[in-house]
Design a protein around this ligand. Structure first.
Ligand SMILES: Cc1cc2nc3c(=O)[nH]c(=O)nc-3n(C[C@H](O)[C@H](O)[C@H](O)COP(=O)(O)O)c2cc1C
Length: 260
């Protein structure tokens, strides 16, 4: 086994885990400004700056998002952001410069730009998450707020050419969960090409399932799905994905993107 190298940055990343209980303590404005500036420093495709984030300070909106996500810790997060794909600002810039953003010539609403902007969102969000953790704060990324994209878009008043991607809840941790296990590096990081033989991919799955099982046992023995294999089977056959997909297609089109 190689010895991992350590420094503050690496240790912050190696010790990251989702935090789902927060102390009721506001985050000071210098910290907030630092996190926002770090997020803006992330790389972005073709320097299009095609993401934005909405800081949710209104407790009634936090409450609504928490109901959509069916996760009560969303309502109690001292700092909460929703990160969005944003070609609306770029459309305004294009219009100002004589490009008609409502025609098919406006290429920033294509599937390609949608996907690239989504990548940019994630990089910015992850930079903010890492910075927050390096300052002793805890975070959880929130896909659950997309349970109703329609409601989320309406609540946040998202205009044409924007689309919500993820939330990020940040606060002083009120819990200290164990690190969740990860599969062996060999199962996830390959050399030069994808392994030809699936047996190689699955070689260590039993060991990993056992470690995940033990992790959930320690956390919550009553959890019904308690290993990666079981979780994958459950999600592979979960029909609610279809509902999400249908709503996604509908709402992406409603927001003006040409991704069909
Ligand atoms: C895209 C994405 C969406 C997620 N959505 C949620 C969420 O809605 N609620 C939640 O509690 N955790 C959410 N998580 C956290 C994952 O459940 C968590 O990262 C994963 O189980 C691994 O655990 P760890 O972060 O503690 O290592 C999300 C993570 C990602 C990357």
């Amino acid at each position: 086994m190689p010895n991992l190298r350590h420094n503050e940055t690496i240790d912050t990343l190696l010790n990251r885990r989702s935090i789902r209980a927060f102390c009721n303590e506001a985050i000071d404005e210098n910290t907030v400004a630092t996190l926002e500036t770090v997020a803006q420093r992330a790389a972005c495709s073709q320097f299009l700056n095609d993401w934005s984030a909405i800081k949710i300070t209104d407790s009634s909106i936090k409450q609504k998002l928490s109901e959509i996500g069916n996760q009560m810790y969303i309502a109690t997060a001292p700092l909460l952001y929703v990160f969005i794909i944003d070609q609306h600002r770029n459309a305004a810039i294009a219009r100002k410069n004589g490009v008609d953003a409502d025609t098919d010539e406006f290429m920033l609403k294509t599937r390609y730009r949608f996907t690239q902007a989504q990548n940019d969102v994630i990089l910015a969000l992850h930079a903010m998450e890492t910075a927050a953790e390096s300052l002793g704060l805890g975070c959880v990324i929130l896909g659950s707020i997309l349970n109703s994209r329609t409601q989320l878009i309406d609540i946040l008043n998202l205009p044409e050419y924007t689309y919500p991607v993820l939330g990020l809840a940040i606060g002083k941790p009120a819990q200290n969960p164990e690190l969740k296990p990860r599969m062996s590096t060999k199962m996830q990081i390959f050399e030069n090409r994808y392994p030809a033989d699936d047996a190689e991919l699955l070689e260590n799955i039993a060991d990993f399932d056992a470690r995940v099982h033990q992790y959930y046992d320690l956390r919550n023995a009553s959890r019904p799905v308690d290993a990666l294999s079981a979780q994958i089977v459950a999600l592979a056959t979960d029909n609610s994905a279809k509902k999400h997909e249908a709503e996604d297609v509908e709402q992406v089109a409603r927001q003006g993107f040409n991704v069909a």
